[in-house]
Design a binder for this molecule. Structure first.
Ligand code: 3HC
Length: 356
């Protein structure tokens, strides 16, 4: 057993997370072949809403060309854009350690990881664009404070062990949240998530391996690893969002099969997964109430501070200001790259037209 290669309980199966991603990939292929033969396709007289409901009911994919309710489209744009922004802003806390990684090997691995996050942002912005918005519009909404990014990236990375804790806990939480999104009802989002999850799995392992190395090193290294886990544990639990009773969107998103599990269900799954992994690391989780509940067949644990989550989401976390300032600056400094790429694309298109 290593990292997330543990027997899980997703949808009753005893497979690892990567196996679940494979299964989602197979589902997508099967759905493409199957079509919607049973429900027929909407003709001029068909009720579009009925057809949409039938597609969702039959566990098929909604594709960009399909009719969809406006509120479904808006929910997807909100969630996918927030997810894309999170991937891009999420490059900052770890990017902070690229120049200070303890060895060339660690530096190369971290560089590759941070680059992967940029790629994830790209796939996700592209998935959002299939819903009729442009990437520029989404970036503007972020800058105007009208779209969010994940609370977790507003915490500072104080030591090298934080890079390990982010990999193990933050990427671990991201995987638990995102593997079910491989089965999301919107095709482009589901397909993007398959690749994202495969890469996140590597990220999670590299973090786990950093912590494993530190926890088997000197007493000072072990203490540094423990300190990082102590600081990242509750913010990682908060990543799953408010408790179900306070979640605005969960019920509707689950009915549309955008979300497959509620915030609390996924948080519980994450806790259950981490307990065993922490034992193997030889490190503790900072919760005196954490214990196995035989009756529930799950761990009891202390909930994160949701008042703090709301404060961080609304812009008052330890690093919100710094993260947004940095993002705005990087965007402005990258203007010439976007202009050059657009000019090059226009030139290529003009050449292709002449040749045709
Ligand atoms: N950070 C910031 N905002 C959050 C949040 C968090 N951790 N959790 C919830 N919220 C916001 C919601 O966006 C919503 O605000 P809005 O109505 O203004 O949009 C509000 O709090 C209420 O929450 P809900 O539970 O009703 O919202 P959702 O149903 O959308 O569930 C979610 C929240 C579970 C985060 C869901 O949107 C989701 O699964 N998103 C996709 C995954 C994602 O975005 N992950 C972000 C991390 S990416 C990452 O980790 C990168 C990796 O490299 C580490």
């Amino acid at each position: 057993m290593y990292g997330n290669d543990f027997p899980g309980a997703d949808e009753g199966s005893a497979t690892g997370l990567l196996d679940q991603v494979e299964a989602a990939e197979a589902d997508l292929r099967a759905a493409a072949v199957r079509g919607l033969a049973a429900s027929g396709s909407p003709g001029a007289d068909s009720d579009l809403q009925e057809y949409f409901d039938a597609v969702i009911g039959a566990d098929q994919k909604i594709e960009p060309r399909d009719w969809m309710p406006d509120s479904y489209r808006k929910t997807l744009i909100r969630q996918i854009a927030q997810h894309a922004h999170s991937e891009i802003i999420g490059m900052q806390p770890e990017g902070n350690w690229i120049s200070r990684a303890p060895s060339l090997k660690r530096k190369a691995i971290l560089l590759a990881k941070v680059q992967d996050e940029a790629g994830h942002g790209l796939y996700l912005y592209a998935a959002a664009e299939t819903l009729g918005v442009t990437r520029d519009e989404l970036v503007d909404l972020l800058f105007e404070g009208r779209q969010k990014y994940s609370s977790i990236f507003n915490y500072p990375t104080l030591t090298w062990a934080d890079v390990g804790a982010i990999g193990w806990l933050v990427d671990g939480a991201a995987i638990v949240n995102q593997v079910p999104l491989c089965r999301c009802s919107y095709g482009p989002y589901a397909r993007a998530m398959i690749r994202v999850c495969k890469e996140e799995s590597f990220h999670q392992r590299q973090g786990y391996e950093i912590l494993h190395t530190l926890s088997h090193g000197t007493p000072a290294q072990k203490a540094m690893a423990q300190d990082a886990i102590d600081r990242w544990w509750y913010p990682s639990l908060a990543m799953f969002g408010p408790p179900d009773a306070d979640s605005t969107h969960s019920a509707q998103s689950m009915a549309w099969k955008i979300k497959r599990f509620s915030n609390d269900e996924l948080r519980q799954r994450f806790v259950d997964m981490c307990v065993q992994q922490a034992e193997i690391l030889g490190l503790g989780l900072p919760d005196p109430e954490l214990r196995w509940n035989e009756q529930r067949q799950a761990h009891d644990f202390t909930q994160p501070d949701y008042t703090e989550l709301m404060r961080v989401i609304s812009g008052d976390g330890p690093c919100n200001r710094q993260r947004m300032d940095h993002r705005r600056r990087a965007h402005a400094e990258g203007a010439w790259v976007r202009e050059a790429a657009a000019a090059y694309a226009a030139k290529q298109a003009a050449r292709a037209e002449v040749a045709a």
